[in-house]
Structure formats: structure tokens, C-alpha cells
Design a protein around this ligand. Structure first.
Ligand code: NHR
Ligand code: GAR
Length: 210
């Protein structure tokens, strides 16, 4: 059994999709804990309702990013994770933290990386006139949103899209792609070499949605 620790900051719908897939598909894994940097994160209630241990490490209680990350790492390590999953986690992580979990930490970013790293991705894609948008699952490296790509989901951008309509279209695909990618990791199906991730049995790492 592999231990998965999921980090959230808010709603936690990707976390929910992973929790549900882990249970219904009987992965060789358990969700060991859900950890948030915000006590108000809605996802904490869902996790607790499923009997999953939850913890809050409030970044506002720390003077520096290093101090916050040190406590966050201590709490996560207490659950002996094989994999750390960032699911709508909204704090940039220091190099020391990332190195500690390197090769065993995934993130989902709501753009087709390397386009639009950082925040407000959907608005930026609309303003750039993109006809295609999406989301990317990647290994986390110190360089924000630049780690090796595990999977991508693409959706059309429609002429009348708003940030709300586009993010909803992308999120629907996130809920399919992220559980699949996490499952690949816990099954040991991913190979990372020369900064590229491949699936050992050749499963498609591209999802096209509508
Ligand atoms: N940390 C590292 N080192 N590398 C990555 O790839 C990371 C990371 C931390 C978070 C998620 C990320 C995203 O997918 C992620 C990837 C937060 C911000 C941000 O600017 C940017 C990217 C991501 C998450 N956060 C502000 C900060 O000052 C706070 C914003 C807020 O609280 O709303 O940390 O998009
Ligand atoms: C998701 O769209 C995720 O890709 C994005 O925030 C949303 C979280 O939703 N992540 C980021 O923007 C990270 N900076 P959720 O809490 O319902 O999973």
C-alpha cells in the first residue's frame, strides 16, 4: 500500500476525484491525509466525512516561507508519504521543501504548460485569443510550473467564454486526468528520464475534452 498525502487550499474537487477513484478502483494506495494551509478550505470537511485524517498548517502563522515549509514538511512526513499531491494548493514552495519530496510530488496546473505558468491562467488564455486551453499534471520542481509533464488535457476555448465557463470546462477534464495520473504513479507505471515522463505500457498521456 502506498501512502498519498493531498495538499489543498480550497474547494478540493480534484482531491475528491482522487479519493473517490482510489476507493472505487481499489488502487494499491490509501489517502493517508489531506493537509491545507487554510482552515476554511471546503475540502477538509469532505475528507473528514470519508474518515481521512486532516491537518491545517496556516501559512499566516509563520514569519518566513522557509519556516512554513519546514512545519508543512514535518506534518506531511508524519504520514510517511510515498506521494504528495498538490490539488489546488496555492502557496509557492521553497527549493528545500521541493527537494525533500522531489520525484514523489505532483501538481495539477490549469493551463497547457509551458504556456501560462502562475496564476489567472484562464483569463490570460482568453485574453491571448487561444483556441485551445487545458490543464497539465507535472512533477513539482523548484522552478514554478516547469516540472516534467505527466499528462495534459486539452479543451476548446469558445468565442463567448468567460473565466468561469472556461475554468469549468477545464476542471471537468482535470477530474478525469488527475486521478488517472496519480494511479499511474502508485502503480509504478511512470518513467522519468531526461526531464520527460513516459508511461511504461504506452497509455495515452493526452486527454481531449469538449
Ligand atoms: N512550488 C514550486 N516550487 N514549484 C511548483 O511547480 C509549484 C509550487 C507551489 C505550488 C501550484 C501552482 C499552480 O499550479 C504550485 C506549483 C500558487 C502560486 C502563487 O503565486 C503559483 C502557482 C501555483 C500555486 N501563490 C501565491 C504565493 O505567494 C499566493 C496566492 C494565493 O494565496 O492565492 O505563494 O498554479
Ligand atoms: C483547479 O482548477 C486547479 O487546477 C487549480 O485550482 C483549481 C482547484 O480546484 N490550481 C491552481 O490554480 C494552482 N495554482 P479544486 O480545489 O476544486 O481542486
Amino acid at each position: 500500500m502506498k501512502n498519498i498525502v493531498i495538499l489543498i487550499s480550497g474547494r478540493g474537487s480534484n482531491m475528491e476525484a482522487i479519493v473517490d477513484a482510489c476507493a472505487s478502483e481499489q488502487w494499491p494506495a490509501r489517502i493517508a491525509a489531506v493537509v491545507s494551509n487554510k482552515a476554511s478550505a471546503g475540502g477538509l470537511q469532505f475528507a473528514a466525512s470519508r474518515g481521512i485524517p486532516t491537518a491545517v498548517v496556516d501559512h499566516k502563522a509563520f514569519d518566513t516561507r522557509e519556516a512554513f515549509d519546514a512545519e508543512l514538511a514535518r506534518v506531511i512526513d508524519g504520514y510517511q508519504p510515498d506521494l504528495v499531491v498538490l490539488a489546488g494548493f496555492m502557496r509557492i514552495l521553497t527549493e528545500g521543501f521541493v527537494r525533500h519530496f522531489e520525484g514523489r510530488m505532483l501538481n495539477i496546473h490549469p493551463s497547457l504548460l509551458p504556456a501560462f505558468p502562475g496564476l489567472h491562467t484562464h483569463q490570460r488564455a482568453i485574453e491571448a485569443g487561444c483556441k485551445l486551453a487545458g490543464a497539465t499534471v507535472h512533477f513539482v520542481t523548484p522552478d514554478l510550473d516547469h516540472g516534467p509533464i505527466v499528462a495534459q488535457a486539452a479543451v476548446p476555448v469558445l468565442a463567448d467564454d468567460t473565466e468561469a465557463s472556461l475554468s469549468a470546462r477545464v476542471l471537468k477534464q482535470e477530474h478525469v486526468m488527475y486521478p488517472r495520473a496519480v494511479r499511474w504513479f502508485v502503480e509504478g507505471a511512470l518513467t522519468l528520464a531526461q526531464g520527460r515522463v513516459t508511461h511504461q505500457q504506452g497509455a495515452s498521456q493526452l486527454l481531449i475534452g469538449d
